[in-house]
Design a protein around this ligand. Sequence first.
Ligand SMILES: Nc1ncnc2c1ncn2[C@@H]1O[C@H](COP(=O)(O)OP(=O)(O)OP(=O)(O)O)[C@@H](O)[C@H]1O
Ligand SMILES: [Mg+2]
Length: 332
Amino acid sequence: MRGYTVYSNNMDEITVDVRSLSKQYGNFKAVDDISFKVKKGEIFGLLGPNGAGKTTTIKLLTTLSAPTSGEAFVAGYSILNKQKEVKRNIGWVSAEIILDDDLNAWENLGLQAALQGITKWEESADALLKYFQLSEFKYKNVGKFSTGMRKKLEIAMALLNSPQVIFMDEPTIGLDVSTRKMLWDLILLIKNEYKVTVFLTTHYMEEADQLCDRIAIISHGKIIALGSPTELKEKAGGYAVSIEVKDGFDVSSLKNFHVLENNQNKILIEINSKDNMLDVLKAINLEKLNSINLITPGLDSVFLKLTGSTIKESEDAIDYRKFYSMVRRNSQ
Ligand SMILES: Nc1ncnc2c1ncn2[C@@H]1O[C@H](COP(=O)(O)OP(=O)(O)OP(=O)(O)O)[C@@H](O)[C@H]1O
Ligand SMILES: [Mg+2]
C-alpha cells in the first residue's frame, strides 16, 4: 500500500505468552495464576528461591506437565493442545544431569536427535560442536568431561532442532564462579548468534541482574514483580550517591536531598534513580568535592522489599542437586 509504512520490530514479537497459568498438587498451588509475556530474542529470567515454582513453570511451558488451569502459548502454539508443535520449536536444558556418561558427545547428540525425531542432524551437530569448541572431544566419553564442557554439550543438544526458545532450568547451579561466567558469555553468544529466545530460571540474583533483559520474580507460585533489572531496582529504591568532600564543604547545599549519613567529610545521599546523581552534582560546589560514587541497589533489595526476606533466607539450607551432582561425579 503506497504511503503506508509498516514498522516491524522483532523485539516486540511475543515468543512465550503465559495467561493465568496454575498448577496444583492436591491442595497445594505450586504455580498460582501467573501471567507474563516473553519477547522474541530476549533473555528472560524467572528468579526465585527454592520451591518458588520455577521448575514447575518450565515443566508446564515445555509441556512435560499439564496445567490445572490457564493457558500458555510457546512459539505461537498452545501448551494445551499443540504439545508436539511446542516441543518441535523449543530446546530444553534441565537442572538435572541429562547426559549419558557412558556415551561420547556424538552419541549423546544422536540420542537427542532420535528422541526429538530429527533425521538430518549430523551437519548441525558438527557445526554446534565446532561452535562450542568441542569438536576435538566428539568421540570422547562424556563421563570424562569437565562441568563446563558438559553444560556446553547440553546446550548444543538443546539447539539441535533450531528452536525458537530455549528453556534452561538453573543453568549455572552448583558451578564455580569461572564456569558460571563462561556460561553467561555462552548464553549471550547463542542469543545473538542463533537468534534464540532464552527462558531461564535462577535463584542467583547476580545472574538475573547481569544476564537477563527482563526478570519475573516468583515467590510461593506467584509473580510478584516483572521488569528489566534496572526497572526493578529503581522501583525498590536504594540508589545513593556517596561523596567525599573537602573541609569547608557547605552541607546546606544538600538541603533538598535526603542525607543518609554525614561522617568525617563522607556524605551518603539517597537518590531515586541513577539520573538523580546529576542533580546532586549541580547542587554542590564541585571545588569542594574529592570523589563521587554511585551506589546501585541489588536485586536482593527488590526481593527483600517485596517479601520481607532475602532470597537466601528463603532457601533450604542444603542444595540437594548440587550435593547429588557432586556425589555422582565423585563416584565415577
Ligand atoms: N510432583 C509434585 N508433587 C507435589 N508437590 C510438588 C511436585 N513438584 C513440585 N512440587 C512442589 O511445588 C513447589 C514448587 O516446586 P518447584 O520445583 O517448581 O520449585 P523451584 O522454584 O524449581 O525450586 P528449586 O529452586 O528448589 O528448584 C515446591 O514446594 C515443591 O515441593
Ligand atoms: Mg527447580
